[in-house]
Design a protein around this ligand. Structure first.
Ligand SMILES: [Zn+2]
Length: 517
């Protein structure tokens, strides 16, 4: 058995080297066209991206960080990575004290002065009620001045439900709701000389994020101490859309907030107007949640295509997308569909028999919605602590590419102020015809995992994607569902990425770094 296995290995190794070698000759003989043609053929005619996105979303959505659903989805993704032909597929833990949380059941109804079924959804990591409870709704429009809130409300909130916020005011919906970038807009982005969107150093960005999302803790503690049954907050949206994130109290030693719901903005409007008219609404509700600490659920999912060049295959092109989602939708547009686009891009390369010189490493991150927990843990382990100099290992990463800006067609790349990288991408994008032109912009894209790798001076990039209806309809909303993904755009993105990743991994030089040594 052993000898047979060794012989098989030798044949496989020989085949891989042969493909690597022959592709190089091909490339030298200006056969890039035929590689791109092959990529397009597999990507257009044998695409699996739609079915992968449907299965991930419908069977394995939602994927809240720390939850059992997240781990089940991660196991499924690792099987898919192996089926595609990736090697070294494994999990890496990113948090030992990030809690899982699930909704088991809930219902919210106005009982008087009239019946209304209130469209609501609990924020993540809140506690449940003790069975069905009923109380009068009172409106507190802001908790910014806690002293005056305590002065005014201490002793009168027992068994009340607080509606927190002002009556929502709506602007007309934009027309059109779904938008693609015009050539003019893309040209303007390309001509920009200095980035307009400035980035913060990563530790500062993480700190700001945590401060922003924990500023309601004093109010929530006060409300619970006073015997409040639940807190409602109007969804920051319009047209009945429900934008539901979490409280950010997701660590083991964080305090656990009382039942806290986002409610439909129009329903919040009716409740506030009733109160203003002297008709106190009475609401009946129940919420059953479970909170648990199962550190094994907190994993990044990693897989590779090993490079075939013995001199270059210790260098890496990394591609990544966050795999976690919020819990009211199924995480199709943010960001499961993009994970499946990256997987499809590598499937296209494997299926086409195209072997890159450098190693391509795919990472699905957990905990992105909680200040990039997954990618920060990975980078800290691989590239050094956040407050120390990037280590030698980080210098082997030629580039990191991140996909997380909605699910629209890719139109170009954010260079993140790396002027030296522009000619590299212009050359790669030049392989596409004029009617499928891709652009470069010096601009920074922020608020997702490429910021982690940028911190280590690794050339890190995000993509310009057509906005479509992402920010209005599905981003962090109940409509984060596969209905708002477009197969045609995802197929196009997988083809573009397969070509771009292969090209970066097969260049003689690494991608130039923003800060030279
Ligand atoms: Zn996202």
């Amino acid at each position: 058995m052993k000898e047979k296995g060794e012989l098989k290995m030798k044949i496989l190794l020989f085949t891989a080297i042969f493909i690597c070698f022959s592709i190089n000759i091909y490339a030298q003989a200006k056969t890039n066209d035929s590689i791109l043609t092959k990529i397009k053929d597999v990507g257009n005619h044998q695409s699996q991206v739609k079915m992968l996105t449907y299965e991930l979303s419908d069977v394995y959505g939602q994927r809240l960080t720390g939850s059992r659903e997240y781990l089940a989805a991660a196991k499924w993704a690792s099987i898919k990575m192996k089926e595609v032909g990736l090697t070294n597929v494994h999990f890496e833990n990113y948090c030992t004290n990030c809690l899982g949380w699930n909704v088991k059941s809930f219902n919210v109804e106005m009982q008087s002065p009239n019946y209304m079924h209130i469209t609501a959804y609990p924020l993540a990591w809140t506690k449940g009620t003790n069975g069905t409870v009923e109380g009068d709704v009172i409106n507190i429009d802001s908790f910014s001045d806690m002293d005056s809130i305590k002065h005014r409300y201490a002793g009168i909130l027992r068994n009340k439900i607080i509606l927190l916020g002002k009556e929502p005011v709506f602007n007309p919906m934009p027309d059109p709701i779904s938008k693609r970038y015009s050539t003019k807009e893309l040209e303007n982005m390309q001509q920009l000389l200095i980035a307009e969107n400035q980035t913060k150093p990563l530790p500062e960005a993480i700190e700001a994020f945590r401060n922003e999302y924990s500023k309601d803790s004093t109010f929530l503690r006060f409300a619970e101490d006073e015997g409040v049954l639940a807190v409602f907050k109007p969804s920051a949206s319009a047209a009945g859309l429900m934008k539901v994130g979490g409280t950010y109290y997701y660590k083991d030693n964080d305090f656990k907030p009382l039942p806290y719901f986002i409610i439909m903005p129009e329903h919040a409007g009716r409740l506030i107007r009733l109160i203003n008219q002297g008709k106190v609404p009475k609401v009946k509700l129940n919420l059953e949640t479970i909170i648990y600490n199962e550190p094994d659920n907190n994993v990044n999912i990693i897989g590779e295509i090993k490079g075939c060049d013995p001199k270059l295959n210790s260098e890496v092109i990394m591609i990544g997308a966050h795999f976690d989602s919020w819990h009211s939708g199924t995480g199709a547009t943010d960001n499961g569909g993009n994970c499946m686009v990256l997987l499809e891009a590598l499937r296209i390369l494997k299926k086409s028999g195209i072997v890159p010189k450098r190693t391509i490493r795919l990472a699905f991150w957990g905990g992105e919605e909680q200040d990039f927990n997954g990618s920060v843990a990975y980078a800290t382990k691989q590239c050094g602590k956040l407050d120390s100099k990037p280590n030698r290992e980080s210098e082997k990463v030629s580039a990191y590419l991140n996909l997380d800006d909605g699910i629209g067609a890719i139109r170009g790349i954010y260079l993140q102020e790396n002027v030296f990288a522009r000619p590299v991408f212009e050359e790669i994008f030049g392989a596409f015809s004029a009617d499928e032109k891709y652009y470069t912009t010096i601009e920074n894209n922020t608020d997702t995992d490429h910021e982690t790798f940028n911190h280590y001076n690794i050339p890190s990039f995000a993509f310009i994607q057509d906005p479509l209806d992402y920010s209005i309809l599905s981003h962090h909303k109940m409509l984060d569902l596969p209905e708002y993904t477009l197969e045609s755009d995802m197929k196009k993105n997988a083809i573009f990425l397969a070509w771009t990743i292969y090209s970066l991994a097969s260049k003689d030089e690494m991608v130039p770094r923003k800060i030279k040594k």
